[in-house]
Design a protein around this ligand. Structure first.
Ligand SMILES: Cc1cc2nc3c(=O)[nH]c(=O)nc-3n(C[C@H](O)[C@H](O)[C@H](O)COP(=O)(O)OP(=O)(O)OC[C@H]3O[C@@H](n4cnc5c(N)ncnc54)[C@H](O)[C@@H]3O)c2cc1C
Length: 457
């Protein structure tokens, strides 16, 4: 057994781990980044990037389908999935190459192999112990299933869904959360019949209820079938397809069942508990500064309970590197992390839903304004409908923004600045939004809440 010493040893090279490594090296620390698969992790190779490339192909298919509406003579003749895959893999390959170059240029030692925490500050890979003054755990997450629901054959998770070399004719999606509605949206655009099964009363149940209802209307218009408040009972499969049975006695036939019921933390068998790290239902418990109970051992990303999003992982990785450097970085609570669901139409939000704002501040102290994209010139040009809802505390800041409509994910940057800077609508209403942009809809909502609506009454 040999030993190598570093200032910081990072276990897991996904969004959280590599961000910690990059920032730590920038701050002058020597860093080992241990990765058993590919640097970039779920987000780059099996998550955000490949799925958003698929969604872009889906958008192009929809544009072709609807081209006559815009006076363009074109016809959607079909989906060449091999070409879609080539495009998607090309995007991932470029980003992967760029990331590898960046990690190398920063002088980070990348260790290829599976690591295990064998002592609080020691990660063993093969017969080498990597000892850090500090250790960052960033082992990420995997697709969960339900008890008794075995993945295999025609019952797949997002990993296998990305590997498909055909577009299913009929597909059932278990789970109406982010991953479920994104794949449902892609497959529908590619011409499949899609049924979503969701046990909770709404699609994207973590969003403001008004947004969930708008998405349900939009999906209904698109012909995406969904069953809400109904629990899954079981599934059988044979050479022809799957039959999904529901607790209300209904059945759904399909070629495939996508199981999209959430992601579990990768922490089993990695020595975390033996080293004294507190684990609860598989997640690593930390304080608000991402410290585990063990001195010098931090955790970031999907293994830390809360939102499982790549940019939360980046922020936590940066945070921990700066914390170790004594820079006292600010904490961004999960509620103030922007969330985007990239289905068609897109959903984007930040901060408190109206219901949560009312629970926190009292209903009489909260005002919200729902600006319809029907009033927004650029949205009309794009042929999208939807809304931008801004929630404020009376005589106080903007505490939530909730949006739905094509491309609204691109508006979340301004929304997150307003919420995180605790801006008052009166402060930001005077600033200018370029015309015609969808950004103007946020401006209109701020103007309204500042008591000076422009294009609304
Ligand atoms: C289909 C899908 C779509 C998604 N879309 C989005 C999106 O649009 N936007 C968004 O923000 N988020 C999205 N996510 C979520 C995002 O991918 C995750 O939140 C993010 O990847 C979490 O980063 P992480 O560093 O915690 O973990 P991961 O990215 O999972 O990285 C963990 C890394 O650790 C490595 N590892 C694990 N154990 C060991 C070990 N013992 N030794 C060495 N290496 C190890 C793994 O190989 C992996 O590379 C999506 C996820 C999925 C599945």
């Amino acid at each position: 057994m040999s030993e190598q010493n570093f200032d910081i040893v990072v276990l897991g090279g996904g969004s959280g781990g590599y961000a910690a490594a990059l920032r730590a090296s920038e701050l002058g620390f020597s860093v080992a980044l241990i990765e058993k698969d590919k640097v970039g992790g779920t987000c780059l190779h099996r998550g955000c990037i490949p799925t958003k490339a698929l969604l872009h192909s889906a958008e192009v298919a929809d544009s072709a389908r609807e081209s006559a509406k815009y006076g363009v003579v074109a016809q959607l003749e079909g989906i060449d999935l091999a070409a879609v895959t080539k495009y998607r893999e090309g995007v991932v390959a470029k980003k992967y190459k760029g990331l590898q170059g960046l990690v190398k240029a920063r002088g980070i030692t990348v260790v290829e192999g599976e690591g295990r925490l064998v002592a609080p500050k020691t990660v063993r890979v093969g017969d080498v112990d990597y000892v850090g003054q500090n250790v960052v755990l960033a082992t990420g997450s995997y697709s969960r299933s339900l008890p008794g629901l075995e993945i295999g054959g025609r019952v797949i998770t997002s990993e296998q869904a990305l590997q498909l070399d055909f577009v299913p004719k009929k597909v059932a999606v278990l789970g109406g959360g982010v991953i479920g509605v994104e794949f449902a949206s892609v497959w529908k655009s590619f011409g499949a019949e899609v049924s979503i099964i969701e046990a909770l009363p709404h699609l994207v149940p973590n969003e403001d209820e008004s947004i969930s209802k708008s998405l349900e209307r939009a999906f209904r218009r698109r012909g995406i079938d969904f069953r809400l408040g109904i629990r899954f009972q079981g599934v059988t499969q044979n050479d022809d397809g799957v039959v999904v049975s529901l607790e209300n006695g209904d059945t759904v036939d399909a070629d495939l069942l996508l199981v999209a019921v959430g992601r579990g933390p990768v922490t089993t068998g990695l020595g975390f508990e033996e080293a004294g790290v507190t684990i609860d239902r598989g997640f690593v418990i930390t304080d608000e500064r991402l410290r585990t109970g063990v001195d010098g051992v931090y955790a970031v990303g999907d293994i830390v309970p809360g939102l499982q999003l790549a940019h939360r992982g980046f922020q936590q990785g940066i945070f921990v590197a700066e914390e170790i450097a004594g820079l006292n970085p600010i904490i961004v609570e999960d509620v103030n992390v922007p969330k985007v669901t990239y289905c068609e139409p897109e959903v984007a939000s930040i901060g408190l839903s109206q219901a949560k704002a009312e629970a926190q501040y009292g209903a009489e102290n909260v005002t919200s304004y729902d600006y319809s994209l029907a009033g927004n010139g650029k949205s009309e040009i794009l042929g999208t409908t939807g809304s931008v809802k801004v929630v404020r505390v009376n005589d106080g800041p903007v505490v939530g923004v909730h949006m739905i409509g094509a491309r609204v994910g691109e508006l979340i940057g301004e929304a997150q600045l307003a919420v995180n800077w605790e801006a008052y609508p009166e402060d930001i209403a005077p600033f200018i939004h370029a015309h015609p942009t969808q950004n103007e809809s946020l401006g209109e909502a701020f103007l309204y809440l500042a008591g000076k609506p422009l294009h609304t009454l």
